[in-house]
Design a protein around this ligand. Structure first.
Ligand SMILES: [Zn+2]
Length: 269
């Protein structure tokens, strides 16, 4: 990768060593992605690239355990997640075996029995489809802040690719989560589709006179639906709960640092 100076789409700083960051995380593309899909990248500093990459790996593991292994839109991701926990895999070195064993033990210690979360807020709609209330099923905590960082990253990447825009003051971004089976009327017309293949589709609309006020509906693996709103900082100050700075999504009484969602993880317990 050529080292040139440039400006990072995510932290907006000028840097001597600019790298390429995948708008839709590189490791999140399912096996069903056609070769013709253009895997967009945007300029990104080394620090942001490293930080995002760690976060994407951890988040993918948690999310993939909640997906239907038979889903075409998520083909291969469940088995990749199980392999990264040391399951269904052979020919690993002793140190790699140990590493995966520790990863599995850590995740296992975080699981919550289904009975503790049934009926509680914070369950991500499209990721609880396999939640059938069987014995031996658990929920996986999903760090909400990490999820919102990924949504924001995709939104920033799309703005850069489509409009050569850096999202910066007086504009800011907020993320919310919705049910993937519901498409609000806002997105049913006058929208643009950004297609990353079966793994990710982004709908983009602007609905005011200011073309910089933009909404994205980001559907990942047909299961995780996030919305980002790019609007003025003033709007967010007035309209959003001040206790929640960059992260917003659930009504205040439902807000928590972590969202818990269901994962069909009986396979490895
Ligand atoms: Zn950066």
């Amino acid at each position: 990768m050529a080292k040139t100076s440039g400006r990072c789409v995510h932290c907006l700083r000028l840097t001597e060593e600019i790298t390429d960051d995948h708008v839709f995380p590189h490791s999140w593309y399912p096996d069903s992605t056609p070769a013709t899909v253009q895997r967009w990248t945007v300029p990104c500093c080394r620090e942001c690239n490293n930080r995002l990459s760690l976060l994407e790996t951890d988040l993918l593991l948690r999310l993939a355990l909640c997906l239907d292994p038979a889903s075409e839109a998520a083909a291969g991701l469940s088995s990749r997640a199980l392999r990264s926990l040391g399951l269904d895999t052979t020919n690993l070195s002793d140190s790699e075996k140990e590493h995966r064993k520790r990863r599995k033990a850590k995740l296992k210690s975080e699981l919550l029995p289904l009975s503790e979360i049934a009926g509680q807020p914070g369950v991500i709609p499209g990721l609880s489809r396999q939640w059938v209330g069987q014995e031996g099923q658990f929920a996986v905590p999903i760090p909400w802040a990490a999820l919102s960082i990924i949504a924001e990253k995709i939104a920033r990447g799309c703005e850069y690719k489509l409009k050569e825009r850096y999202v910066e003051t007086p504009y800011a971004i907020r993320t919310t989560i919705s049910d993937p089976d519901e498409v609000s009327p806002t997105f049913s017309s006058h929208r643009r589709l950004i297609d990353f293949g079966p793994g990710c589709q982004v709908l983009r609309v602007f609905i005011t006179e200011d073309p910089k006020i933009v909404r994205h509906r980001i559907l990942i693996w047909g299961a995780l639906c996030m919305h980002t709103l790019i609007d003025t900082e003033e709007y967010f100050r007035n309209e959003f709960d001040p206790r929640v700075q960059r992260v917003q999504g659930l009504p205040p009484d439902q807000w928590r640092g972590k969202m818990t969602i269901h994962g069909s993880v009986s396979d490895f317990v």
